[in-house]
Ligand binder design. Structure first.
Ligand code: ATP
Ligand code: MG
Length: 261
């Protein structure tokens, strides 16, 4: 049964999309069939995988049940990794009514139990805002992975995200735990990075991944070339960071219902 992980933070530019692309790519390389769903109208995950944005968002059709995921997902250059692309149209394609409708649980069930070509993981790349798209991600997800940039005010907005998760738990009567907090854009030579890492680990001792994602311009270069780092420069510090993060994610054990064992 697939595990659905939302990659979310209301803060912009903290590494959500970079984490979604490269974690998904290494999960696929590890043999876990993976779907990356681009829920952000910026369509950065779509372009970062070298995929052209479709003229219309597939989300309304998927939620209405008139479109199947297999009809709209696209293969990537990484075997085992598919992408559900976003349009680059700035209009938000999903309304609050759609998020509250029955289509969400049907789509969630379809991803979790795809009969043909079953998925092991579905990663949801969220926009940097609260609103219907992030709400949709929280309704669809089994767990939430939060990139935390090693900068001042790193944990700003986190309380709001946790509140959104509690709300989704309440409306669905199931647990939606943290997959974990990932320290991103970490520069070992910069003191504030160590201070932020220490603070995050103090507040979330059980839920912070060991691996910090090093600041490495190769990661930005890879995305601008439409390639995950595993294809672009597998020996770079950024590649090493995401490979280690993937190993940690794979060490998490989950029950059939989607809660952490
Ligand atoms: N570890 C890193 N080292 C260097 N550059 C990085 C790293 N992670 C991300 N970046 C760059 O920082 C910028 C923001 O990263 P990214 O797009 O992943 O963040 P985001 O949280 O998805 O942003 P948004 O909130 O706008 O969706 C991008 O230009 C990306 O290439
Ligand atoms: Mg993004």
């Amino acid at each position: 049964m697939a595990r659905i992980v939302a990659i979310a933070s209301q803060k912009g530019g903290v590494g959500k999309t970079t984490t979604a692309i490269n974690l998904a790519a290494y999960l696929a390389i590890a043999g876990k069939r993976c779907l990356l769903v681009d829920l952000d109208p910026q369509a950065n995950a779509t372009s970062g995988l070298g995929i052209e944005s479709p003229p219309h968002s597939p989300l309304p059709g998927l939620l209405e049940g008139s479109v199947k995921t297999s009809q709209v997902m696209v293969d990537t250059t990484v075997p085992g990794l598919s992408c559900l692309p976003s349009t680059s149209h700035p209009e938000i394609p999903v309304t609050t009514a759609m998020v509250q409708g029955g289509g969400v649980s049907k789509l969630r069930a379809a991803w979790k139990q795809a009969a043909n070509d079953p998925l092991a993981l579905v990663l949801l790349d969220c926009p940097p805002s609260v609103g219907p798209l992030t709400d949709l991600a929280l309704q669809l997800a089994d767990s939430v992975l939060v990139p935390v940039q090693c900068e001042y005010f790193a944990m700003e907005g986190l309380a709001q995200l946790l509140e959104g998760m509690r709300h989704a738990e309440h409306s669905q009567q199931r647990e939606i735990p943290l997959e974990g907090l990932v320290l991103t854009l970490f520069s070992p030579e910069v003191e504030i990075c160590h201070e932020v890492a220490e603070e995050v680990r103090r507040y979330f001792p059980e839920d912070t991944f060991e691996t910090p994602i090093l600041r490495d311009p190769t990661l930005a270069e890879a995305s601008s070339h439409g390639e995950p780092i595993c294809n672009y420069d597998p020996r770079s510090a950024g590649a090493w960071s995401y490979l280690n993060l993937t190993k940690e994610v794979l060490e998490h054990e989950w029950t059939e219902t989607g809660t952490r064992a």
